[in-house]
Ligand binder design. Structure first.
Ligand code: HEC
Ligand code: HEC
Length: 609
């Protein structure tokens, strides 16, 4: 049972689709807003205004994530996903050679007015001056590290505060006349870190500090900058308790890990220990409101993540998150299928299938299965090219006689486990039958079939409606409360006269075996025709990543939604299409045709307005 340990965190955790979607949304914001939106004629730029209040680095970070990251990269290395299509690479803001030479007022000017000739967009029409300052503060922050700031704080407190004051104003007990004020926004925003170093070296006041290393001085100058650019405080405290949710009793003396997640990527991992009463405390945490904290701990060889996430609200440096764990069981009587989604689309000789199970456990112990196998994924006999999502090293799913079995434990709850499989069903006549058994009773089964002229009849699901997602029509079928052992039988007809011109699911060639999960998922989404990508990603993000659900605000496709939303979605689709093509994951012909189609739709939409 030890083998569960390394797998489940990935299953419950890996936020790829969410990341992917966020990236789309960001690209759209940039492509749609930044570049297309700024069509005003260039005007002579007024000189940079000093900020009136201390620009906040955390506020700048969210501006960054929304507007800058696609080109400049999450950490400012100039390696954002859009960067490769720019004529020249953005500079690396984390490289001290660059960072130390940036004068804040020059950063402000560049961000506000852009350098259109070099593809750096102007932000003056989208960000206010104070927001531009926040972005500039964040650019500065990318040039240093948390470690340097901590080192700098120590050096400053011990060696500089006596004159410069703990508050940077020059109010220290030994301050000579004429000492400068690090909180003066006008002076400080006119000096780069390198300028501060020059002035430091030029002042005779610092002669006695000659035992400091150059590294210490740079670090203390970084810290001195925090008197003008407000960095988030690291005084947050997160407390909680490990509780056996089945018995209500605390579980003591186990290691716990805290994951800090920001913009859907993990920014910090801190290890700790629950005491004999199951209590744990994590201290000195950043209190940025955009960071969410998740606690992980392993009990009886099964890893668990806290269901709640910790977040610091304004004016508080305390938050609390408990970690629920469960006993384990080898009895599967509490296991059932909460939802089964079945998506079908047609190419000339194969039916492409995506099958998603959401498996529930309404007991109060984690089901660990027999022989480590927890859920049998029965597949149609004639399925080929079978691939599972979230199958690191191809080790999560094992082959059985009639399909595959998942080895992940099933936690109590409605969505204890999610399984997504993709496969093909070959056909060579006008009709075909897809059948597979329900290995457990299912509360809800739905089938989505692209409208290419095929008909579907079944005793298990009934036609509900036709629904259009991004200009592609799907027939939707549903069945409810189907018993264990029921054979799901989908009878398809009309396969000889299918319409492939409207097929949204282009098949750029079957994916190579053994590709890593990220690119695999990307490729499968590409294969699923880009059009369906958003729909599927929303479905998958919703069901596969319960942890991110509360924060997930990706697009959902509603018929009759406003043109602005549709426009954004088309742009998003185009961005994704370009990216997939540039990554070499899409055949050129498919790419050109798909691009022409979406561009035409976009043009239509723009004309309507
Ligand atoms: C469309 C891509 C793109 C976006 C979006 C973008 N930038 Fe840039 N940025 C660039 C490029 C390319 C350069 C390099 C320009 C050059 O070579 O002079 C650049 C340069 C800069 C510079 C000047 C660096 C230097 O060395 O002088 C700053 C500062 C900057 N960007 C900040 C931002 C901020 C802040 C945002 C978000 C509000 C942003 N950029 C959004 C592409 C982008
Ligand atoms: C003995 C008092 C004293 C100590 C200790 C001291 N400084 Fe200074 N510092 C001054 C004075 C006074 C000035 C103003 C320039 C002058 O009179 O030489 C100054 C100027 C500076 C400047 C230039 C400011 C500007 O506007 O360009 C920097 C940067 C600086 N100090 C950093 C530091 C750092 C970092 C430390 C600790 C490692 C430190 N100082 C320790 C007295 C001190």
């Amino acid at each position: 049972m030890n083998n569960h340990q390394s797998k489940t965190p990935q299953t419950r955790y890996q936020p790829n689709p969410v990341k992917l979607l966020l990236f789309f949304a960001l690209s759209v914001a940039v492509i749609g807003g930044g570049l297309l939106g700024s069509t005003l004629p260039a005007q002579a730029a007024p000189p940079a205004q000093a900020p009136t209040t201390n620009p906040s680095v955390s506020a700048g970070q969210s501006k960054w994530a929304e507007n800058c990251m696609p080109c400049h990269g999450a950490n400012g290395h100039g390696d954002g996903p859009t960067a490769q299509s720019l004529p020249n690479q953005p500079p690396d803001f984390a490289d001290p050679e660059n960072a130390r030479n940036y004068v804040p007022t020059e950063l402000f000017d560049t961000i506000k007015n852009g350098r259109m000739d070099k593809m750096m967009p102007p932000w003056k029409n989208r960000l206010s001056d104070s927001e531009v300052w926040e972005a500039a503060a964040y650019v500065w922050r990318l040039g240093t590290t948390q470690q340097a700031l901590e080192q700098g704080e120590t050096v400053y407190t011990e060696q500089c505060a006596a004159c410069h004051g703990a508050d940077g104003t020059g109010s220290g007990p030994n301050a000579p006349d004429g000492i400068n004020n690090f909180t003066d926004l006008t002076v400080m925003t006119g000096l780069s870190q390198a300028n501060l170093m020059e002035n430091y070296n030029a002042s005779s006041q610092h002669a006695e500090l000659s035992n400091l290393s150059e590294d210490d001085i740079w670090a203390s100058l970084d810290y001195a900058r925090t008197f003008t650019f407000a960095v988030p405080q690291r005084n947050g405290i997160l407390t909680g308790q490990v509780i056996n949710a089945g018995t209500g009793e605390p579980v003591g003396n186990i290691p716990v890990t805290l994951h800090a997640i920001q913009n859907n990527s993990e920014v910090d991992t801190i290890t700790g220990q629950a005491d004999a009463d199951g209590n744990y405390v994590f201290e000195k945490l950043p209190t940025d409101h955009s960071i969410m904290y998740v606690v992980e701990g392993s009990y009886k060889d099964v890893p668990y993540f806290s269901q709640d996430t910790g977040m610091f609200v304004p004016d508080s440096n305390e938050t609390s998150v408990n970690l629920e764990v469960f006993d384990t069981t080898t009895s599967d009587e509490a296991i059932s299928i909460t939802q089964l989604h079945y998506l079908l689309s047609f190419t000339p000789d194969t039916i492409n299938v995506m099958q998603i199970y959401v498996v529930g456990n309404n007991g109060n112990a984690t089901y660990v299965g027999q022989n480590g196998q927890t859920f049998n994924v029965a597949l149609p006999q004639n399925a080929t090219n079978i691939n599972f999502q979230n199958n690191p090293n191809n080790s999560r799913f094992v082959e059985t006689g009639d399909g595959y079995a998942d080895t992940s434990p099933i936690m109590p709850g409605k969505d204890g486990l999610t399984i997504a499989a993709l496969y093909d069903i070959p056909y060579n006549s006008d009709s075909a039958t897809i059948e597979f058994p329900l290995v457990k009773s299912a509360a809800s089964v739905d089938v989505l079939m692209t409208d290419q002229g095929a008909t579907l009849s079944s005793d298990q699901v009934d036609f509900v409606e036709n629904r259009t997602f991004q200009g592609t029509s799907f027939a939707v079928f549903n069945g409810a409360n189907l018993p264990q052992g029921e054979m799901i039988r989908l009878n398809l007809a009309g396969l000889d006269s299918l319409d492939f011109s409207s097929n949204p699911i282009e098949d750029p060639g079957s994916s190579a075996a053994g590709v890593d999960t990220t690119t695999w998922f990307d490729q499968e989404l590409a294969k699923w025709g880009i059009v369906a990508a958003t729909v599927l990603a929303v479905v998958v993000a919703g069901v596969v990543y319960p942890m991110s659900r509360q924060r997930f605000t990706g697009p959902t496709d509603q018929p009759g939604q406003d043109p602005e939303t549709r426009r954004k979605k088309l742009l998003l689709t185009l961005a994704k299409l370009d990216e997939t093509f540039e990554n070499g994951e899409l055949d050129e012909d498919v790419y050109r045709r798909a691009r022409a189609k979406y561009k035409a739709q976009l043009a239509d939409l723009l004309e309507q307005n």
